[in-house]
Design a binder for this molecule. Structure first.
Ligand code: AMP
Length: 595
């Protein structure tokens, strides 16, 4: 089945789109180009009966699957690209993930293949990573879910060949894969490419960055000459332009000029936090967060150590890094989608293209390497017109990178404070109340359960002589567990961080080991100390000896039981024995140094 080409109708299509929705799209007549000046993902809500996809001429099965997915109106990239691809034209699109670009190419290709009965694949989609390959294949599957006998197969590295080979042996319409594995299958003869009449290069710039240029060219050379070509790229460096020039035939060009609207849906904020306080800051943020969270860190090692620390604090968390086998990664993403886990700790590469609606907060635990990485990270939330939040941890040295990031993304990133004890206490109380309410509501709606509870209550009262308030208190105790429920709201220091946490992160390369003027009192048991922050530092000309003498003079703490002391510009950290008496804490709060 050949895909029809007709480049004459571009003008009329252009005008049509322009008239349709000038608030969303503004096309410029740049030779062959469509330039969309408005922002992405303005998927207007529309009423329930509205269907903005009707005009494209899709068959009923596609319309049904779009309805199932809840899509009412096309996104700007879909409005611009679908008519071109329906005509069989080549297309060069500059658009980022999160714009709806997958549906922009998948829908017209599915439409063209609706009645395809032939065995060999007709469409090949190449993606830089296996994550994106899986995601694009999933999109094809869901958009064709109502089309009978439509088959999409994903082939990528890191997994067994056998399943892929047996899937490729059966009837296939679309193959989505990564360059290396596609080459392997072509060479082995397990992927028959003689009937491919459309090739899509998705995230082409990323494929180039990953060094796939030669492989891509090799694959293109193996494919039949007469084919439709679609190239999507987030950026348009010269290398991509050259590929487009070499292989695309008078392509329609669509440019999404900026991602501003998309990132505007994401509230972007930063927290000024020193390295050795990051883990504590993270835990505090998670205390007040309810929904799906993804935490980006720089190294694989850090993904596991942070996940471990969070798990120890009672969070349901999983790791996503390059060392985790593909099937396990897919399983993790699935568990996040279903709500079995709430938090993912990930490296940038492992989380490429991740699309999970539940993610409402992205935490940049480590500062991103560049603007693209940052944009990609925060784009894991606020998908498809929904809102999301992003928080960036910034230390003093990274402050100027923050300004660069604001300038290059043209977005203000506002500073916020780490949640203090009062906020955390309120949140803990709120969570307890809502879980008690939920539990009591579910009992009320379940007669059998209700009868059982009444039975148990009667037994406790009559047989064990417990009164109702004692029973209620015991139940609350069970609900909150053994740890102390409320934090001390009177603490005047910002932090009281457990030393063992800090030292754990130091071992993983995350701690601040550039201590100046430090008294290295390391020969003590870390777990018996807590770190106190005092708001005097080098600027106040404070020295280690001053701190020790002040503490010893104002409290009953002995000099030898004081642990590590670190003096920073405007504050100091002092390790003191755990579980100090309230009286001593009060004295520490009012500690005076050098008069
Ligand atoms: P993509 O840019 O292809 O990664 O798509 C980003 C997200 O937008 C995915 O979650 C899609 O399911 C969603 N999406 C794509 N098109 C639409 C649409 N017309 N209406 C609502 N959501 C959409």
């Amino acid at each position: 089945m050949a895909l029809k080409k007709d480049s004459n109708s571009l003008g009329s299509e252009q005008e049509k789109s322009q008239n349709e929705d000038s608030s969303l799209l503004e096309f410029k007549n740049l030779d062959n180009k469509k330039e969309i000046e408005s922002q992405l993902l303005e998927v207007s809500k529309g009423d329930d009966n509205e269907n903005g996809f009707l005009d494209f001429g899709f068959n009923q099965s596609i319309l049904n699957s779009l309805k199932n997915k809840g899509y009412k109106n096309p996104t700007p990239i879909q409005k611009a690209a679908i008519p071109e691809l329906m005509l069989g034209r080549d297309l060069l699109g500059q658009a980022q993930t999160g714009t709806g670009k997958t549906a922009a190419f998948a829908l017209p290709l599915i439409e063209k293949l609706t009645d395809n009965k032939e065995l060999n694949a007709k469409v090949l989609v190449m993606t830089p990573t296996r994550e994106l390959a899986t995601q694009v294949a999933e999109s094809f599957k869901s958009y064709s879910s109502e089309s009978s006998n439509f088959k999409t197969v994903a082939i990528y590295g890191g997994t067994d060949y056998r399943n892929q080979i047996s899937a490729l042996k059966r009837k296939v319409d679309v193959v989505v894969g990564t360059p290396g594995r596609i080459m392997d299958h072509i060479r082995q003869g397990t992927f028959k490419i003689k009937d491919i009449n459309c090739l899509v290069l998705d995230e082409a710039d990323e494929m180039l960055n990953m060094g796939f240029l030669e492989d891509i060219e090799w694959i293109i050379d193996q494919l039949p000459e007469n084919k439709q070509m679609v190239l999507f790229s987030a950026t348009m460096p010269n290398e991509i332009r050259n590929i487009a020039k070499k292989y695309l035939n008078e392509p329609a060009e669509i440019l999404i000029k900026s991602v501003k609207k998309e990132t505007q849906l994401i509230t972007q904020r930063y927290i000024n936090v020193q390295r050795h306080h990051k883990l504590d800051a993270l835990k505090r943020i998670l205390e007040i967060t309810n929904e799906g969270v993804i935490i980006f860190v720089r190294t694989k090692l850090l993904t596991t150590s942070i996940a471990e620390a969070l798990e120890n604090s009672g969070h349901s968390v999983a790791v996503l890094n390059g060392d985790i086998p593909q099937n396990q990664r897919e399983n993790t993403v699935d568990r996040l989608k279903k709500g079995f886990i709430d938090i993912l700790v990930a490296t940038d590469v492992a989380a490429r293209g991740l699309d999970v609606e539940r993610i409402k907060l992205v935490i940049n635990y480590d500062f991103p390497f560049d603007k693209e990485t940052y944009t990609h990270r925060i784009g894991r939330t606020g998908r498809a017109g929904r809102s999301g939040e992003a928080i960036l941890f910034v230390n003093q040295r990274e402050k100027h990178f923050l300004r660069n990031l604001e300038n290059s993304t043209r977005n203000k990133i506002v500073e916020i404070e780490i949640p203090n004890n009062k906020i955390i206490n309120e949140k803990r109380m709120g969570k307890l109340i809502s879980s008690l309410n939920k539990s009591s509501l579910s009992q009320q709606n379940n007669e059998e359960q209700k009868a059982l509870m009444i039975d148990i209550l009667d037994t406790l009262r009559e047989k064990y002589s417990m009164d109702e308030s004692n029973i209620a208190m015991a139940a609350i105790n069970l609900a909150i567990g053994n740890k102390s429920f409320f934090m001390n709201e009177d603490e005047s220091w910002i932090y009281r961080q457990n030393s063992s946490d800090r030292n754990r992160s130091s071992r993983n390369g995350n701690g601040n080991n550039r201590m100046r003027n430090t008294n290295r009192r390391n020969n003590y048991q870390n777990d018996s100390f807590e770190t106190y922050k005092f708001n005097f530092g080098r600027m106040d000309r404070v020295r280690v000896a001053n701190i020790i003498s002040s503490i010893c003079n104002s409290t009953n703490i002995k000099g030898r039981s004081i642990g590590k002391i670190q003096i920073f510009n405007d504050y100091s950290l002092v390790d003191l024995p755990k579980d100090l008496h309230d009286e001593v804490r009060k004295k520490l709060r009012n500690l005076k140094i050098r008069s």
